[in-house]
Design a protein around this ligand. Sequence first.
Ligand code: HEC
Length: 92
Amino acid sequence: MKPLALLISLCLLGASNTLLAADIKNGKQLQQKNCMSCHDDSMYSRDERRIKDLSGLRTQVQRCESTLGLTWFDDEVDDVTAYLNKSFYQFK
Ligand code: HEC
């Protein structure tokens, strides 16, 4: 019974959250190194913030990243998105 329950919850997690594989520590480092020149962390928790869901967050990370002239790989965008989501946004 126990291994089966574990298997089921792993499947559910895998299906519901593709960001699970993201490297949050790497995301934090990337964000702190590159993203503090225009706004600090308070941007992510301001009252009138515009981001409403996870895909919107990812889009904004990409937008700001390309404004900076960085050329991040998809998994780097995912890492930063996952870090911001875990630390500030907490979308499901
Ligand atoms: C060139 C200046 C600049 C840099 C550098 C920058 N941003 Fe932004 N960022 C902005 C501005 C301006 C806004 C507000 C956009 C708006 O309100 O329409 C913003 C908003 C955001 C938001 C949305 C905040 C909200 O409303 O919830 C996120 C997330 C974000 N930036 C992430 C990043 C990340 C990640 C990086 C590093 C790759 C980064 N930014 C670097 C200018 C910048």
